[in-house]
Design a protein around this ligand. Structure first.
Ligand SMILES: [Zn+2]
Length: 179
């Protein structure tokens, strides 16, 4: 079970008991940037929910475990074990049970396969040779297209059929060629 509390100024603390370890995750979002740091402490198994206190210099998390009480102090981005609670200026803060899984326990992204065909909506693209398909349109680029020995190939401006450079009319549709 994980517990979460807002520390103010966009900072949030997660505490979770995993076996005999206590995992502390500090996450902060400032100027659209999400930052996260995790710390692990050997504390034993919790015997109750953690308690969080605000102190003059930061925060202290009190953990009651089967090995006794542990105190973890948070000062800025510094998280360390402390001997106990400071005597003065203690202000208890509430911690909620985290319903969503910890951000750090999300499964990692599968590695990208670089040469696989890419599909985006109705567009499909693959490399080597470069080939692109979009709806019923298809585009292909051969690495080295063989060039005709008769010079530049021409195509009919009307029907697209290949015609010889000296032809005045298209042999396929009879359309007159401009040049
Ligand atoms: Zn033609």
């Amino acid at each position: 079970m994980a517990y979460v509390s807002e520390l103010g100024t966009g900072q949030r603390i997660y505490a979770e008991n995993r076996g005999t370890q206590t995992a502390i995750t500090l996450s902060s979002s400032q100027a659209g940037q999400q930052q996260q740091a995790s710390y692990g402490f050997e504390t034993g198994a919790w015997s109750g929910p953690p308690e969080l206190f605000q102190t003059a210099t930061g925060f202290v998390l009190k953990l009651a475990t089967d090995r006794g009480n542990y105190f973890i102090q948070i000062q800025g981005s510094n998280v360390s074990m402390a001997a106990g609670l400071p005597a003065a200026n203690l202000q208890p803060l509430s911690m909620q049970q985290a319903t969503s899984p910890l951000p750090s326990s999300l499964p990692p992204m599968p590695p990208m396969q670089p040469m696989q065909p890419m599909t985006l909506g109705n567009m499909q693209m693959s490399m080597n040779p470069m080939e692109m398909r979009m709806g019923n349109m298809e585009m292909r680029m051969e690495p080295s297209a063989p060039t005709s020995s008769q010079g530049t190939r021409r195509f009919c401006s009307q029907c697209g059929a290949a015609i010889k450079p000296e032809d005045k009319f298209c042999s396929s549709c009879g359309h007159r060629q401009d040049s």
